[in-house]
Write a protein that binds this ligand. Structure first.
Ligand code: TYM
Length: 329
């Protein structure tokens, strides 16, 4: 059976890009593969955290993952810091990737440039090594992600191949899987930048828990262009194309088809808003239900952690044996 792994950071609120680019596909894939999904709280430490906040964010994100439809009896949903093998394998990955390779990561270049006056942690630089550990620990064949993560999956493949070459066949070589529409949801106000939870101004970001009136307002303000024609052309018409792609992803059609239905920008904006509101409504209801029972949420996570740990510890031991570290007994 195909093994699938993908993770999300508990920083900021989950937005439409996370949902359409990743979470939705995690849910649709859970019955046809053996799936593992992690809340990667250790990755979130790469930027300075306020004491006491991250645990709560982790629990809220767990509620989101179950609310979008991950079934704890089917999918293994776990918390990264509860599985110590991630940190242990992370070190091995750091020793299998080069300084030069990490220096070429666009996310590091972007993020460190944005934070130039602030503290840039070494963890921000070595982040892809920990991500490689997340993936390789679970023998993942497929990693369903948005477009922005492709480079991190590529470096994971390189690390796995290098390790296998040095120490013998140990890791499965994973592949990135991105959705046909929604792989790169753009900011509504700045449609040449991806929708992101780390942006300073979030009025172009649709959050999964935004109320309908807020969603309508954000779509109404979406940047289009000075023309009037509704066509799908990412290069020439990034704003309109982004709306078409969101609408298509939310209604299960394709952006070219969606373009044929609308002649005015205003109609396209309100249709997109309505489609997103309808898509998010049941998720929001379920989220609030789940969050009202902390004990049950913790039980759901605990179940995932146990299964995740079984798989992760077996892979870590395999890697230790391949390297030839002295056994402890
Ligand atoms: P994170 O937490 O930033 O995002 C989680 C998922 O959401 C996708 N995504 C988007 N997709 C489409 N359009 C967007 N605007 C958009 N923004 C985010 C991301 O591609 C991702 O799939 N490094 C990862 C977390 C991670 C991970 C892993 C992922 C750690 N270990 C192992 C896969 C496998 C990250 O920061 O994702």
């Amino acid at each position: 059976m195909t093994r699938v792994l993908s993770c999300i950071q508990p920083t900021g609120d989950v937005h439409l890009g996370n949902y359409l680019g990743a979470l939705r596909n995690w849910v649709s894939g859970q019955h046809s593969a053996d799936v593992f999904h992690g809340i990667v709280d250790l990755h979130a430490l790469t930027v300075t955290q306020i004491p006491g906040v991250i645990g709560n964010n982790t629990l809220q994100l767990a509620a989101v993952l179950f609310a979008v439809g991950l079934d704890p009896d089917v999918a293994t949903v776990f918390v990264q810091s509860h599985i110590p093998e991630h940190s242990q394998m992370g070190w091995i990955m750091e020793c299998t990737v080069s300084f030069g390779e990490l220096s070429r990561m666009t996310q590091f270049k972007d993020k460190s440039a944005k934070r130039e006056a602030e503290f840039v942690s070494a963890g921000l630089f070595t982040y892809p090594a920990l991500q490689a550990a997340d993936i390789l620990l679970y023998d993942a064949n497929e990693v369903p992600v948005g477009d922005d993560q492709r480079q991190h999956i590529e470096i994971t493949r390189d690390i796995a191949m290098r390790f296998n070459h040095r120490f013998g066949e140990t890791f499965v070589i994973p592949e990135a899987v991105t959705p046909a529409s929604g792989a790169r949801v753009m900011d509504l106000l700045n449609p040449t930048s991806k929708m992101s939870k780390s942006g300073a101004d979030d009025s172009g970001v649709i959050y999964l828990l935004d109320q309908p009136a807020i969603i309508e307002k954000k779509f109404k303000r979406a940047v289009t262009d000075s023309e009037t024609e509704v066509v799908f052309d990412r290069e020439r018409k990034p704003g309109v194309s982004n709306l078409l792609e969101i609408l298509a992803a939310a209604t299960g059609t394709n952006p070219q088809k969606a373009a044929e239905t609308y002649t005015k920008y205003g109609e396209l904006k309100s249709a997109s808003a309505q489609a997103v509101i309808a898509m998010l409504e049941p998720i929001q209801l379920r989220y609030h239900e789940l969050l009202s029972d902390r004990g049950e949420l913790m039980r759901m996570l605990h179940k995932g952690n146990i299964r995740a740990r079984e798989v992760a510890s077996a892979t870590l031991s395999r890697a230790h044996r391949a390297i030839g570290l002295l056994e402890s007994k």
